[in-house]
Design a protein around this ligand. Structure first.
Ligand SMILES: [Zn+2]
Length: 95
């Protein structure tokens, strides 16, 4: 079982959390072309390796935060709060 360290509650079992998918998705202006809007709505990266994700502590404080996780090993490299930029050393490695 994966152990995730909530920024507010500390380390807890994976079963207390829900993954919200890729982090740092920016909503485009609604006037963009349909193809760009569809890309925003439906297309997500699915890398083998480092991925920046959003997680929610649904069985705890119910807050969202970001996790840098290796999708192959499930190793969590970093946890950081929503609104914080991706750690530069990881952002350059993420797809
Ligand atoms: Zn929490």
């Amino acid at each position: 079982m994966l152990l995730i360290s909530c920024p507010w509650c500390g380390e807890r079992a994976e079963s207390e959390f829900r993954c919200g998918g890729e982090a740092h998705i920016h909503r485009p202006d609604p006037s963009v072309a349909d193809a760009e809007w569809a890309d925003y709505l439906f297309m997500r990266k699915n890398p083998k390796g480092l991925q920046l994700e959003r997680w929610c502590h649904v069985q705890g404080c119910r807050r969202w935060f970001n996790v840098a996780r290796d999708t192959v090993t499930h190793r969590i490299l970093r946890v950081y709060r929503m609104g914080e930029p991706a750690p530069p050393e990881l952002a350059t490695k993420a797809p």
